[in-house]
Design a protein around this ligand. Structure first.
Ligand code: ATP
Ligand code: MG
Length: 156
């Protein structure tokens, strides 16, 4: 199924602005359209997860941004925030089920620690990948999705 990722991102951004007015969101300039062979509802779910995290795990007023780009046909969506960041020791484990960095604080915020595990499985089910870079003041989640094209039937 061919999906315009730019359109999905724009819809996720509109929904985020309505539900999280205390976190200013920027959609960074990129291509006018970008086609990928993905399920739009699933990719929307991934984006909603990442955007909600950027709001829930950072103080009010923290800037959030989302960007779409492409290189060699591989689509890339990045969700960034200017929050406190995720310590190096936790960066791999945040994709584990039920893992939360600050358990007491995260429990206050009602998180179950499943969001990123679900996001990672959805992205991988599309043949893509999800990664994270973080330092104090900047956390960036990057989702890559393979080029739209005929399915690779040789893949085991
Ligand atoms: P759920 O998404 O299931 O409601 P959750 O948000 O706690 O709960 P995940 O989305 O899997 O769970 O995130 C795991 C943990 O990673 C969070 O509890 C939080 O500690 C940390 N985290 C995720 N995104 C960010 C972010 N943008 N900034 C800082 N910490 C983050
Ligand atoms: Mg979450």
């Amino acid at each position: 199924r061919e999906t315009d990722l730019v359109e999905v991102v724009q819809q996720a951004a509109d929904a985020f602005r309505a539900s999280h007015p205390d976190h200013p969101l920027t959609v960074r300039p990129g291509p006018a359209t970008l086609t990928a062979r993905v399920d739009p509802q699933r990719i929307r779910q991934v984006l909603d997860n990442l955007l909600t995290n950027a709001a829930v795990h950072t103080p009010p007023g923290t800037e959030v941004s989302v960007a779409v780009s492409a290189r060699d046909g591989t689509a890339r969506v990045r969700v960034a925030d200017a929050g406190p960041g995720i310590p190096a020791a936790d960066r791999e484990r945040v994709f584990d089920r039920f893992y939360r960095v600050d358990k007491a604080r995260s429990r206050d915020r009602g998180g179950s620690g499943l969001g990123l595990a679900v996001a990672a499985s959805l992205v991988r089910a599309h043949g893509g990948d999800i990664g994270l870079a973080s330092e104090p003041g900047a956390t960036v989640f990057t989702v890559t999705l393979p080029p739209a094209g005929p399915p690779d039937l040789t893949d085991p």
